[in-house]
Design a protein around this ligand. Structure first.
Ligand SMILES: Cc1cc2nc3c(=O)[nH]c(=O)nc-3n(C[C@H](O)[C@H](O)[C@H](O)COP(=O)(O)OP(=O)(O)OC[C@H]3O[C@@H](n4cnc5c(N)ncnc54)[C@H](O)[C@@H]3O)c2cc1C
Length: 494
């Protein structure tokens, strides 16, 4: 019998799993996909938000800064990547300055002590490439960037190291009340008996809650699309640059990613059904809006589009509580932005407050080890001439660069596969090592990575599995570049 079964291995489920592994408990995480971090956690802006944007009256407003404050320590222990580069919300007129003032006041209510409104000259010193029409900005010094899927992978690896079990490809299809808790039914005919269930199923969290008998909320999928530019382009700017927030979200941002790309987006559209397709015209609108932040953007540097889907709850807030109708069943639902930033605080709230109040006894695990070594470090790429010597080594050589663009060695791939989470697809290796994330987007290394994986696993890996099974209709690189160039010209000619 498990003490706790967590449904969903996004950043919320994996953070709770790691927090629970500090105690002597039998814990399982059940995930429907073939890897962790396959939902909103792999497709978002990757910002560790300041904590001023969401109202203090909302849980998401109160938890954001509480989460942000823990990132440095977590990164020191788990090495997933965090850089507090700072953020600016840009204002181009006096009306917008009033909005900044409201954000500042709200931020202070939320406990922030590192925000201020700065003027044109100060902005230009921080960001020489920003649109010079900018008049004011809300500056948050401690906001930053992270690598969300690496963070969830790190959380789960460390939780497994400390005794948590992970079941992948196990979609939960039923939750039955028993005398001492629940039977969690997965479609692999696996039944997990448990005292408590924590529902972290993202956009499926209302469905999972209904399985347990609680239909008190609904979830609306809200999509947001992005343009990602090639590694190195992130050097254009120094901070996360936001435009003014809207009712639907924080507006279009321009930001460096943790590994040095430039990221533009997201837009925000409520959907009937969650889709991760991308669309030329939406990407064009995003690019055009981002040009207001800086006109130094170059669409020719574009390498990939993607869509993230926010889980917007009917309460328009995080729902983090024991169900009022199903005792022992805890919902972590509607975790839209800033859920990534808040995740450390959400995990603590569930483990230190909600579960004990529901009756779970916490006894410290004296063997808990908070540390996890990194799979990859942030790195400056070697000159291509040097790198090519390693590319040409046999694939069996640990120093061989299996991926040319991102210079990922065989040893790194071997290491990524030996950390407790089964890695069975090219994309799984990609998220852990960056193989396939460079300019050629895997054209060169996909088959090479699959060959290495096949050798290690002892069975044939299909290099195209993720593409064939993603169900995503993604606009190609050349098509996006052409569409954006043509439409920019068309609008300029009008
Ligand atoms: C466009 C966008 C931009 C964002 N930007 C930011 C940002 O910059 N900063 C920030 O702090 N937050 C941001 N967020 C919010 C953040 O990404 C989310 O709050 C966070 O990732 C939610 O994590 P989660 O674990 O709740 O959900 P998910 O990551 O979606 O995980 C849910 C998991 O549950 C699994 N699951 C679902 N149903 C079942 C089932 N029946 N059985 C088993 N498993 C199941 C799914 O496969 C998935 O792995 C953004 C979100 C989006 C979409």
């Amino acid at each position: 019998m498990y003490d706790v079964v967590i449904i969903g291995a996004g950043i919320i489920g994996t953070s709770i799993a790691r927090e629970l592994s500090k105690y002597k408990l039998k814990v399982a995480v059940v995930e429907q996909s073939n890897d962790v971090a396959q939902g909103a956690t792999k497709a978002n802006s990757a910002i560790v938000h300041g904590g001023y944007a969401e109202a203090h009256s909302k849980l998401k407003g109160r938890l954001c800064y509480q989460g942000r404050k823990q990132y440095q320590k977590l990164d020191d222990e788990l090495h997933f990547g965090f850089d507090p580069i700072g953020s600016l919300v840009l204002a181009f007129d006096e009306d917008q300055k009033e909005e900044l003032q409201k954000l500042l006041e709200n931020g202070k209510l939320n406990g922030l002590d590192d925000i201020s409104i700065i003027d044109h000259d100060e902005i230009m010193k921080l960001e020489p490439q920003v649109n010079p029409d900018v008049k004011y900005a809300l500056y948050c010094e401690g906001a930053g960037i992270t690598s969300p899927y690496e963070m969830a992978i790190a959380m789960m690896e460390n939780a497994i190291h400390n005794g948590v079990e992970l079941f992948l490809e196990c979609p939960v299809i039923g939750i039955n009340a028993t005398e001492d808790g629940f039977d969690v039914l997965c479609d692999k005919e696996r039944v997990l008996p448990t005292k408590y269930v924590v529902n972290c199923a993202g956009i499926n969290s209302a469905f999972v809650s209904e399985l347990a008998g609680d239909d008190s909320f609904t979830i609306t999928p809200r999509s947001g699309q992005y343009l990602l530019m090639v590694r190195g382009t992130g050097e254009l700017i120094n901070n996360v640059l936001f435009q003014m927030p809207t009712k639907m979200g924080k507006g279009i941002l321009v930001t460096p990613t943790y590994h040095g790309n430039l990221l533009l987006g997201p837009d925000a559209i409520n959907e009937e059904e969650a889709s991760r397709d991308t669309h030329e015209e939406r990407l064009f609108r995003i690019f055009k809006e981002a040009l207001l932040t800086t006109d130094k953007l170059n669409i020719k540097q574009f390498i990939r589009s993607f869509t993230g889907v926010r889980a917007v709850s009917s309460t328009d807030d995080f729902i983090i509580e024991e169900s009022k109708v199903v005792p022992g069943f805890i919902n972590c639902a509607g975790i839209q932005s800033p859920g990534l930033t808040s995740s450390p605080a959400i995990a603590q709230m569930v483990v230190n407050e909600i579960l004990p109040k529901a009756g779970l006894k916490l006894e410290e695990n004296p063997d808990f080890d908070p540390n996890r070594k990194p799979t990859i470090e942030r790195k400056i790429l070697e000159p291509m001439g040097e790198a090519m010597k390693k590319v040409e080594l046999p694939l069996s050589d640990p120093n061989c660069y299996v991926c040319r663009c991102e210079q990922v060695s065989r040893a790194t791939i071997d290491d990524a596969m030996d950390r407790g989470i089964p890695v069975t697809t090219f994309d799984g290796i990609k998220r852990r090592t960056r193989a396939g994330m460079g300019w050629c987007q895997g054209t060169f290394c996909r088959a090479r990575v699959a060959a290495v994986m096949s050798e290690k696993l002892g069975y044939e890996i299909n290099p195209g599995f993720d593409i064939e099974h993603s169900g995503i209709n993604r606009v190609g690189k050349t098509d996006v570049v052409k569409y954006v160039e043509e439409h920019l010209k068309e609008e300029a000619d009008q």
